[in-house]
Structure formats: structure tokens, C-alpha cells
Design a protein around this ligand. Structure first.
Ligand code: GTP
Ligand code: MG
Length: 331
């Protein structure tokens, strides 16, 4: 008897519940925010419905990516910047994407201790993530958490990530502004940071300038910059800091402001967003297609196909065509 009507009612009440959740989150309710973040982090069943409801409310926050080698002082800088921007009454979200062991334990603990100052301040929300190898990948999870924080009305979102691999390059691609943090005395200095990370720097910070060798790092960055001209003609400035002493933080904030003004003046904000979305759409499509293809067959079938191909009883090209056809014909 209920065929047809029951699912509809169910969907409606679910939507109503979602809308209320989103409403509370946008009104600054910390529990709704925390619940939304866990939902997308764990890729729970209602996570994509939630993200659909949240997306129209995003686009307000400025997203700042902070990346650099382990121990470069990223958390200390984020912490100091948070203090700086809080004085201007900006609300802040911080996502600390932790490296795998051996750093993660220490980093999380370190972050907790240092960021304790802010825990009483509802204007700062801090989330540490150690989700490498999780379903959907680190970059996607970070993007989804960023969406939640943005929709919650935060003015500024800072994403801290260790600059080592493709995941990190994908993560900083989320950012409107990317700050790459270097320190003196890293041996080969600039060379130890992956070329890909160097290329995405909008601003360089040389932290720990209380140590020897800051000038050398600066020379190396300048030498590297002379070889490559960016398509937006911006020459990434170099800011020197001693984050642990709060030195250079105001300078860094000013430089961030200058780059933002440059992006606005040159009409680059939308252009950059379009570029980022082009990449992210391809990734989202690839994930969704693959998920569908995986759902279309069992592990047993997959193993059988692999065996048949290995034994040359079947060719992989027609098989892939067949599976893609099967998945595409579904909708
Ligand atoms: N001497 C000196 N030490 C600093 C400076 N900034 C940070 N530190 C110290 O460097 C250590 C690492 O700082 P973090 O802020 O945890 O570095 P991080 O880049 O977040 O580290 P991971 O998240 O583990 O990659 C801490 O002991 C800081 O107190 C600085 O400017 N000078
Ligand atoms: Mg850190």
C-alpha cells in the first residue's frame, strides 16, 4: 500500500532534517559543525546530501594553504596568524593535515598543546586530521571539511599540510593563497622541497630566522624564481619570520593582504577558481565512475577477469569497454 508514497515522505523528512542541521550550523552551533565535519570525514551515507545543501553557502571564506617540511614551524605560524586575525574579529577554521608516522603523533600532540590557548574561543575551530589512506583520499576529505567550514561562515580557513607528495599539491590547490615555509640549514635547502611545492608558492616564508643561513635560503629562492615566470606575473615575495617569537607575523599578514589585492585587481580570483574546479571535477568524476564500476561487480568477478586476462582467454580492452558500457547504461 505504501509503495510510492512512503519513500517520498521519508525523503521529505530527511531533507527537512538536513535543512535544520544546516541552519543550526550556519547559526554557529558548534555541535552541528562538529557533527557535519565527522560526517564528511568518515564519508557517511548522508555526507553527499549534506555537502549538496552546504555548497550554496560557500565561497565566503578565504582559504590559506600553509605547507612546508616537517618541523618547519607551520603550526606555530598558523597559531600566530590565528591570533593576529582574531584581533581583527575574523572567525577562523584550521585544518591540520598531519603527516604519517613518525611525525603524526608528535605533531598532533604538539598542535594540541600549543593551540590550547584558542580552545576557549568559539571564533577558532581546529581540526586535526590523520586520515591518510582513508576512503576517498586525503585531498577529497580535506576539500569536504573545507566546504563545511566555509558554509559555517568562517572568514578565514587555514590548511596546514606537510609538503611531500601529490596529496599535498592537491590540498593546496584548494587554497586561494598558498604559503610555502622554508627554514635555514636544511642541507640542500630549497632542493629538499619538491619542485611541485615550490611552484605553487604565492608567498615564501623563511621561518626560524633566529638561526644561521636565512640569506642563503633567500638567495636560492631568488635564483629559482629568475628561471620561471608565472602566468599571473606575480613574483612571490619572501617574508622572514621567527614564528616562536611572533616576529614577522604582521609582515606576513600584510603580504597576504597584498596578494589578495593583486588577485582582485587583476581579476584572477574567478579564473583561479575555475582552474581549480576543472581539476577537482575530473577527480570527482574519476572517483564516482570508479566507485560505480566497482559496485557493478564482485571481488570474485574481478579476480576471475584478472585470471582470464592473465591466461589470455580474454583481452582487457574489450572487458573495460564492456564494464564502462554496463555502468553507463545504468542511469
Ligand atoms: N628557533 C625557532 N624555533 C621555532 C620557530 N618556529 C617554530 N619553532 C619550533 O620548531 C618546532 C616545530 O614547530 P611546529 O610549528 O610544530 O612545526 P610544524 O611545521 O607544524 O611541524 P609538523 O606539523 O610536525 O610538520 C617547535 O619546537 C617550535 O617551537 C622559530 O622561528 N625559531
Ligand atoms: Mg604542525
Amino acid at each position: 500500500v505504501f509503495h510510492g508514497t512512503a519513500p517520498l515522505l521519508y525523503t521529505e523528512s530527511l531533507n527537512h532534517e538536513l535543512q535544520q542541521w544546516v541552519e543550526r550550523l550556519r547559526n554557529g552551533d558548534p555541535r552541528s559543525l562538529a557533527r557535519a565535519i565527522s560526517t564528511v570525514e568518515n564519508g557517511e551515507a548522508d555526507s553527499s546530501e549534506l555537502l549538496k545543501c552546504l555548497f550554496p553557502h560557500t565561497g565566503h571564506a578565504r582559504i590559506l594553504g600553509m605547507t612546508g617540511a616537517p618541523g618547519a614551524g607551520k603550526s606555530t605560524l598558523v597559531d600566530q596568524l590565528a591570533k593576529h586575525y582574531r584581533k581583527q574579529n575574523q572567525t577562523i577554521g584550521i585544518i591540520a593535515v598531519d603527516p604519517t608516522s613518525p611525525y603524526s603523533g608528535g605533531a598532533i600532540l604538539g598542535d594540541r598543546i600549543r593551540m590550547q590557548d584558542h580552545f576557549a574561543d568559539p571564533g577558532i575551530y581546529i581540526r586535526s586530521m590523520a586520515t591518510r589512506g582513508s576512503l576517498g583520499g586525503l585531498a577529497r576529505t580535506t576539500a569536504d571539511v573545507t566546504t563545511v567550514l566555509d558554509a559555517s561562515g568562517r572568514d578565514l580557513i587555514m590548511i596546514e599540510t606537510v609538503g611531500v607528495g601529490q596529496d599535498e599539491v592537491d590540498i593546496v590547490r584548494l587554497a586561494d593563497i598558498t604559503v610555502v615555509i622554508l627554514v635555514p640549514g636544511m642541507g640542500d635547502d630549497v632542493q629538499t622541497i619538491k619542485a611541485g611545492i615550490m611552484e605553487i608558492a604565492d608567498i615564501f616564508v623563511i621561518n626560524k630566522c633566529d638561526r644561521e643561513g636565512a640569506e642563503r635560503v633567500e638567495r636560492e629562492i631568488r635564483a629559482m624564481q629568475s628561471l620561471a615566470v608565472r602566468s599571473d606575473n606575480w613574483t612571490p615575495p619572501i617574508v622572514k619570520t621567527v614564528a616562536s617569537e611572533g616576529q614577522g607575523i604582521a609582515d606576513l599578514a600584510t603580504t597576504i593582504g597584498q596578494y589578495e589585492a593583486y588577485l582582485k585587481k587583476e581579476n584572477l580570483v574567478l579564473k583561479r577558481n575555475v582552474e581549480n574546479w576543472r581539476e577537482r571535477l575530473v577527480e570527482m568524476l574519476r572517483d564516482a565512475m570508479l566507485e560505480k564500476a566497482r559496485a557493478a561487480m564482485t571481488e570474485g568477478e574481478m579476480g576471475r577477469y584478472a585470471a582470464e586476462i592473465a591466461e589470455h582467454k580474454r583481452d582487457p580492452y574489450s572487458l573495460v569497454e564492456e564494464i564502462v558500457g554496463r555502468v553507463a547504461g545504468e542511469t
